[in-house]
Design a protein around this ligand. Structure first.
Ligand code: DLL
Length: 444
């Protein structure tokens, strides 16, 4: 497949020839052909899938149309944990060329496997992701996603190479060196989590490096939720164009979906990953435009096919065609997961709402955390947010005024008053990868 994507003349990637622009009937035909093959493969090689299909009296022959997908059973995260480490593999180890693992917050990690062909597809979808973000052969990219068991580093690395870009594999951390490289190597694009990038920007300011005066023009950010306010902050403070990319280890890693220059939702590379949105409670598929849990089926994975994997990420399929001309459907940016809801005094709150509220108030910095505690049997939330030195050096009345404005902004969005602490710059620990925004001190 990758070969078809190469532009003979320049020897680089040619986005216009990518399957992103397939007419809808051709795309559906590819999807159905691949779906039937992957279901057959999973049925033949993965005991769990076979047993679940048999319980429903289904065989692979049940898949005659794309709509038949909804008859198949879901796969959930617990299935991966319960079959740890290799129970869902569909290829013998002699054909598996790579393993990655996602640590998760509790218990055993999730292990994922790739054949050589899987790595090729992954590189292809990542190259298409980067082309969506306007990168091309000739770009100098600094890849600050972590290299290692995390899929971000190597996934983005292979994609950038396939695109024909020059990759600098810095991985996360060692922030001063990252800034030196951005400056000295003429870096035009940087990949990292959005939270780590805000840290880089802050440190560059302290070192007197003006990112706007450098060739850096694009940021490729993902692996954690980030708000439009965060995007505004990043773009305004650096002059770059910030793109949101999405993926998860269970499906492949980064390269599942990407924003294009329209910055309105993320195109799913649906010739390889078939998206559905379901009601998280009933499991029933929802129509386009309605918000629910994203479910993904890998259409071409060999080593570890995933049938109807429940991501727990909340999104919606955007019904309209995109102005960029890609025929790939888009999903809304993922602001929350079905399992990150906090309940404070009976009100449902998502951490992303707190971020949106904070960044709407001038004088706050994009560094915050949410502390959960329990007092007299009731859950309490305290938000700590860093404010600029100017705010802190002002009179008490100004500080009080600021606190009140932030408290009101939060209350307007979430509907309840929460505790608030304004803290000095640098008092909240910086992340090198995914930021841990919620600190649970409830002790159970
Ligand atoms: O985070 C893969 C990745 C690497 C994506 C680099 C983008 C860039 P996991 O560690 O398995 O894989 O975590 C996957 O992270 O289910 C979402 O909850 C969250 N996530 C990933 N991208 C985004 C995003 C990688 N753009 C989990 N917006 C997913 C919001 C995201 N959440």
């Amino acid at each position: 497949m990758l070969k078809e994507l190469w532009n003979d003349a320049a020897g680089g990637f040619h986005p216009a020839s990518a399957p992103d622009f397939l007419p809808e009937p051709a795309l559906k035909e590819v999807q159905l052909r691949r779906l039937r093959a992957v279901v057959q493969r999973a049925y033949d090689k993965v005991a769990l899938v076979r047993e679940r299909m048999r319980e429903r009296e289904l065989t692979p022959a049940a898949i005659q149309t794309l709509a038949d997908l909804r008859r198949l059973p879901f796969t959930v995260k617990a299935d991966l944990r319960e079959t740890y480490p290799f129970g869902l593999f569909a290829s013998p180890m002699s054909e598996v060329v790579r393993l990655h693992a996602s640590s998760g917050t509790t218990g055993k990690p999730i292990v994922v496997a790739y054949t050589r062909e899987d790595i090729e597809v992954w590189s292809e979808v990542m190259a298409r992701t980067l082309a969506c973000c306007t990168l091309h052969n000739g770009d100098i990219v600094q890849n600050a996603y972590g290299y290692g068991l995390f899929t971000g580093g190597l996934g983005a690395h292979y994609g950038a190479e396939a695109l024909g870009a020059t990759v600098i594999p810095t991985s996360g951390g060692n922030t001063d060196r990252q800034i030196m490289i951005i400056r000295d190597f003429g870096v035009s694009a940087l990949f990292s989590t959005p939270s780590y990038f805000t840290h880089l920007v802050e440190r560059a300011g302290e070192l007197g490096v003006d990112l706007r005066a450098l060739p850096l023009r694009v940021g490729v950010f993902g692996a954690e939720p980030w708000s439009d306010g965060m995007r505004d902050h990043i773009e305004a403070s650096t002059g770059i164009d910030a793109f949101d990319i999405y993926g998860l280890s269970e499906i492949t890693g980064p390269g599942v979906a990407s924003e294009c220059t329209e910055h309105h939702g993320l195109h799913v590379f649906e010739d390889h990953f078939y998206p559905e949105i379901i009601d998280p409670v009933s499991g029933e598929p929802l129509p386009d435009g309605e918000e629910g849990e994203l479910v993904l089926t890998t259409l071409s994975k060999k080593a570890m096919p995933m049938i109807r994997y429940r991501t727990r990420d909340i999104s919606a399929i955007i019904p309209q065609r995109c102005g960029c001309g890609r025929s790939l459907r888009r999903i809304r940016r993922i602001a929350r997961r079905s399992d990150d809801m906090l309940i404070i005094r009976g009100v449902n709150i998502f951490p992303s709402q707190i971020e949106a509220a904070l960044l709407a108030v001038e004088g706050t910095l994009p560094h915050y955390r949410i502390l959960l505690s329990r007092e007299h049997g009731l859950d309490q939330m305290t938000v700590e947010v860093e404010v600029t030195p100017e705010v802190l050096s002002d009179q008490v009345r100004v500080l009080e005024d600021m606190r009140e404005r932030i408290a009101q902004a939060i209350e307007r969005i979430v509907g309840v008053r929460v505790g608030l602490r304004l803290v000095e710059p640098h008092s909240i620990e910086r992340s090198q990868g995914k930021a841990q925004r919620v600190i649970d001190q409830r002790g159970d």
